[in-house]
Design a protein around this ligand. Structure first.
Ligand SMILES: Cc1cc2nc3c(=O)[nH]c(=O)nc-3n(C[C@H](O)[C@H](O)[C@H](O)COP(=O)(O)OP(=O)(O)OC[C@H]3O[C@@H](n4cnc5c(N)ncnc54)[C@H](O)[C@@H]3O)c2cc1C
Length: 333
């Protein structure tokens, strides 16, 4: 274990000031379910841990227009079981309950879930080359065992995937991430929060140095949609997604009037399936139309040696989920 300093913050500003102090690199400590593992493995080596568990960021508050503001320190279990979430944004509840275990969800927080790091084996194995862990060192996943890796938006530097279930639902629900930092407060649309790997796979998000996630907003426009989260994985519990699909739909007069579709397990960030959404908007919901839209979304997919199955799996899961939502049965194609 590398030596580090510990500081408990009592308010936002002292947390932000500490995280930008000369003692940096610093990390905020929330539930600790990812960060502490990474520190034990020597992958994260902060010089300063800023404990944010006492910050008043634990509220789930209704917003004008039917939206919701979720404090960054709201625990995953609390959020999944919150009556308003279950009633108006059940997609979020389903996605959270598909992740980790009850014990982990009791500790894990909203902010920490957004910031959790990839589960790529080579990222965790410090004997391997990994551009995300050590920029410029190479990527052993490219020629290694890459069954769980990305098929969309990857680069020659990194083919890791984002592991979160909750974030796939937040992508579909058009969430906004509220942050505060040395430069003040700003709101980041969810689609711009996480990054594709490009040439800098070590940078997971567009959060700036010292910025603290304070809350996540769900717009009222996402409330009340008919929705499903389906996670396909190797085991029925306690496993990360090979492919997951978050979908929310509104059908009016036999046509798709509104559709939100996001994929997990396929890219370095939660993947909003905008191409498929555009293809389906205004059309009559049929399994064939869903399959054509899935094909269009997955057309740019690039498989690695061991994960080509993800393309077919994503296609089938999209068709099955949308068919279920449209009342056409949820069977795979
Ligand atoms: C065995 C196991 C299985 C799991 N399975 C799943 C799964 O199936 N699906 C899934 O989605 N997740 C899964 N997880 C991951 C789990 O959901 C995350 O570990 C958890 O959400 C992280 O939240 P935390 O509060 O514990 O974050 P921490 O570990 O405290 O922090 C993680 C990162 O977030 C940063 N951070 C935390 N809060 C803030 C903030 N407010 N502002 C800025 N930065 C912040 C920290 O500095 C750190 O870099 C699993 C974890 C484990 C250990």
């Amino acid at each position: 274990m590398n030596p580090f300093e510990y500081l408990r913050a009592n308010d936002h500003q002292s947390a932000i000031d500490a995280a930008t102090s000369p003692a940096a690199p610093a990390r905020f400590l929330a539930g600790g379910t990812n960060l502490i593992d990474l520190m034990r493995e020597g992958i994260e080596q902060p010089r300063l841990l800023v404990d944010i568990t006492r910050l008043p960021l634990t509220a789930v508050e209704e917003r004008p227009g039917g939206g919701l503001r979720i404090g960054a320190m709201v625990r995953n279990s609390h959020l999944a079981s919150h009556p308003i979430v279950r009633e108006r944004f059940p997609l979020l509840s389903y996605a959270i309950l598909n992740g980790a275990s009850a014990q982990l969800r009791n500790m894990a927080t909203t902010g920490g879930n957004l910031m959790q790091r990839t589960r790529c084996y080579y990222f965790y194995d410090t004997a391997s080359h990994c551009n995300k862990r050590e920029p410029g060192s190479g990527c052993d996943a490219l020629d290694g065992f890459n069954r769980t890796h990305a098929i969309l938006g990857a680069s020659s530097q990194c083919i890791a995937t984002h592991p979160s279930d909750m974030c796939v639902a937040l992508a579909a629900l058009d969430a906004t991430v509220n942050v505060e930092g040395p430069g003040g407060a700003r709101a980041v649309p969810f689609a711009d929060f996480h990054r594709l790997p490009g040439e800098t796979p070590d940078v997971d998000t567009n959060l700036l140095r010292g910025e603290l996630i304070t809350s996540v907003d769900l717009p009222g426009s996402s409330a009340g949609l008919h929705s499903v989260y389906r996670k396909v994985r190797d085991r029925a519990s306690y496993a990360f997604a090979l492919v997951s699909v978050a979908a929310a739909i509104r059908i009016v007069d036999g046509r798709i009037a509104e559709l939100r579709l996001a994929l997990g397990g396929v890219a370095h960030k939660p993947w909003r399936a905008a191409t498929a959404e555009r293809a389906l908007l205004g059309s009559v919901p049929t399994p064939d139309a869903f399959a054509r839209a899935a094909d269009a979304e997955l057309e740019p997919a690039v498989p690695q040696a061991h994960n080509g199955f993800k393309i077919a799996l994503a296609r089938r899961t999209i068709v099955a989920v949308l068919s279920e939502l449209a009342g056409l049965g949820g069977g795979a194609q």
